[in-house]
Design a binder for this molecule. Sequence first.
Ligand code: AMP
Length: 292
Amino acid sequence: MIYTMLLFKRVEDLQNHIQQLKDKGHTIGFAPTMGALHSGHLSLIQLSKTQTDYTVCSIFVNPTQFNEQSDLDKYPRTIGADIDLLTSVDNDILFLPAVEEIYPSNTTIRSDFDFGQLEEVMEGAFRPGHFKGMAQVVNRLLEIVQPDKLFMGQKDFQQLTIVRDMLKQTGMKTELVMCPIIREDDGLAKSSRNVRLLPDIRKRAIILSQTLQEAKSKLSAIAIETIEQQAMEALSLPHFKPEYFSIVDGITLQAVENEADHTFIVACTAVWAGDVRLIDNMILKNELADVN
Ligand code: AMP
């Protein structure tokens, strides 16, 4: 049987269709993306399909979360291949809005979220304004789709933490589901940006996952600060420039000083590999019943 995926470009059409599904008692899962899809994105759709009746995937390269115009311009756009991939996993609905649909000129879209310390550290420190833009678009998309469950990747750990906080702030009923990081065979986390890595740099980019793994094995044996320092050194290969390697509390994103004081600990890193900025993270300790 050939699977039929519905494609909506207009907010109103999408909302009418979703309302019809909800009126029939169906549940909705939602996975927002910026396209250039790979198996990491598809894992979100696949999980959503096991937990909800209908899955909506959005593809929207959000201009308000890019700090540099050049990064936005260089962001890969592969819509034909994306549609094939979404169909291959039986995604139900694709929402593919133009910028004017998300940010209509006659309407003010909320962007005044304050996430305090959550948006000041790590990515927030190196990409000022990024999370305000991300929260703005995720909130807008959630208001449009009104899903029962929102599927987001652990790959963007700080983003997911901030969205959790945003859901609390807005009081939205949507349940956030954290999906595990999908990696290449050698350990490199899948990313739309990986295609831009030069071959030699691509080979050596395994250093990110190796260093995270190393940190995990050292967690209870060595001082946290020393683990972070050693990691920064290990990541400083020729043509590689680590921005941070931070071991943080997985909920507050505060620096961890003493491992024993925390139940959920995550190591997060961002590294320039040539002219491509890669991020990765690993859960070092998780004694929480439910992260979400
Ligand atoms: P993006 O298109 O990069 O904005 O990502 C859309 C969603 O896919 C986000 O929730 C990401 O965290 C998730 N994602 C991206 N890469 C991966 C990966 N390698 N494994 C799991 N989820 C991912």
